[in-house]
Structure formats: structure tokens, C-alpha cells
Design a protein around this ligand. Structure first.
Ligand SMILES: [Cu+2]
Length: 266
């Protein structure tokens, strides 16, 4: 009677610890709770973060189970003094079915969640308030603010800066005139390849004012590591003022390099 009450207490205690671990893992305030991910700076980012955290929780549950079995087998069935060689077996059908079916179920579960989130994250609903044509080339970036008729490129020795108004959905239209690059803003928890001759697009809604860094995530050649840019998420008023400033400095219209060279490459 006493043992079963104690057993119940242990079970409840273990359950509570597991639940609190799982819940705390879903927090976003510190980097450990996020599993090393940056704090999401877009509306869509929390979806990727949950997928990442969920994958870690699932992997840990499987890991603890497998490590437990391993340690138990090593300890309980260790060789003792005078033990004969154990019976050598092969083709244990139930075990073979188990270790074929169990990983298959795990892969199917992962596939379901990845497919669900990927479909949502790459969906273009065209309800964006503005579009930016991103051109990645060896070794920098250009940004065409398509709706406003202004562009920005870095100058030698200065990183280009992509400005975005906060809480407004933006559609990125990616182009490369030379080789494969990848447009990545880590804080947006989203990246996409920039491929010559292909029009890759995605939409995000930045929801945090601040400065972020961006980079090329596809090893594209000798100066790949120099393909850095800044991102500034600002209020609509500051954004409009910046666009007017670009136009006043002669950066009106559209930088055509990417599109014409891409067309030439096809
Ligand atoms: Cu690159």
C-alpha cells in the first residue's frame, strides 16, 4: 500500500517535471528556450520556432527512450565471470518489424509538420503592402523598392541597408545575375535561395522595430563571406522619409542590372 502511494507520487512528480520542461521549452524569452534560434522578428517566425522546439522535444523523448534501453541492456546483460558465449540469433521478425515501422512513423510525423509549415511559410497571398526586388550578386546586394520607385545598393566599403516598415507584409522577389546565392535575415527565421533565371519569392511581416543583420547563406565563391547587409525595421513615417531621401539623392527608379542580366542568362 505504502509503495504504491509512493509510486503514484513519483509518477505525478515525474509528470509535472515533464510538463513544466515541455512548457518552458516553448518560451521565447531566452536563447536556451529557443534552442539557439534568434528571437523571431516577424509574425511568421513563431511558426518556425515552434517547429524547431517541437522537433527538439520529440528528438529528446526518442533519445531518452533509446539511451535508457541501451544503458539497461549494457548493465543488466553485462558479461559475468564464467558466462558462456550467448546464443547467436538472427532474423528476429517481430524486432525487425518494430525497427522498420517505428522510424517510419517518426519520419511521417516529421514530414507532416514540416510540410504543413513549409506550405504556410511559402504561400504567396499577394496581400502585401509593398514589394522589394532583391538582387544578390558577387559580392553584394541591391534592393529595388518596387512600389515606391527607389533603390539602394551599398557603396564600396559600406553594407547596403534594407529598410522595411513595421507590421506591413512585404513580398521579396529574389534575383541573381550570376551564381546561386541565398537571402537570409536570421532574425526573420526565413531564408530562400537566389537562383539565376528563377523568380523565387516569399512574404514576411516584420513586427519588431530594430536593426538586424542579413547575409548570403549559399557558398557562392571567394568573397561569399563579404555578402552582408543590414536591415532596418522602422515606422511607416520613417520609411517614407528614407525613400524620399533615396530619391533626393538620385536613387530613384529601378536598378536594372539583375533583371536584364538574368534575362540575358536564360
Ligand atoms: Cu552569395
Amino acid at each position: 500500500m505504502r509503495t504504491s502511494a509512493l509510486g503514484k507520487k513519483i509518477a505525478i512528480g515525474t509528470g509535472a517535471v515533464t510538463v513544466s520542461l515541455v512548457l518552458s521549452a516553448c518560451g521565447t524569452s531566452n536563447v536556451y528556450e529557443r534552442g539557439g534560434m534568434p528571437a523571431p522578428a516577424t509574425e511568421e517566425g513563431s511558426r518556425i520556432l515552434s517547429l524547431w522546439q517541437g522537433s527538439w522535444i520529440a528528438a529528446l523523448i526518442v533519445g531518452v527512450f533509446v539511451w535508457g534501453l541501451l544503458i539497461w541492456a549494457i548493465v543488466a546483460y553485462r558479461r559475468r565471470e564464467g558466462d558462456p558465449l550467448p546464443a547467436q540469433t538472427k532474423y528476429n521478425v517481430p524486432i525487425e518489424i518494430l525497427y522498420t515501422v517505428a522510424p517510419l512513423l517518426m519520419i511521417l510525423a516529421m514530414f507532416y509538420f514540416v510540410q504543413r509549415d513549409q506550405t504556410e511559410l511559402t504561400r504567396i497571398d499577394n496581400k502585401q503592402t509593398h514589394s522589394v526586388n532583391v538582387i544578390g550578386w558577387r559580392w553584394s546586394w541591391g534592393f529595388n523598392y518596387l512600389d515606391e520607385g527607389a533603390y539602394d545598393v551599398g557603396t564600396p566599403g559600406e553594407r547596403p541597408t534594407l529598410w522595411l516598415p513595421v507590421n506591413e507584409k512585404v513580398k521579396f522577389d529574389l534575383m541573381s545575375p550570376d551564381v546561386d546565392h541565398s537571402f537570409w535575415i536570421p532574425a526573420f527565421l526565413m531564408k530562400m535561395d537566389v537562383i539565376p533565371g528563377r523568380n523565387n519569392t516569399f512574404e514576411v511581416t516584420p513586427n519588431k522595430i530594430g536593426e538586424f543583420s542579413g547575409k548570403c547563406a549559399e557558398l557562392c565563391g571567394v568573397d561569399h563571406s563579404r555578402m552582408l547587409f543590414n536591415v532596418k525595421v522602422v515606422t511607416r513615417a520613417e520609411y517614407d522619409a528614407h525613400i524620399a531621401d533615396l530619391q533626393a539623392h538620385g536613387q530613384a527608379g529601378k536598378l536594372d542590372t539583375g533583371r536584364s542580366q538574368v534575362a540575358g542568362a536564360q
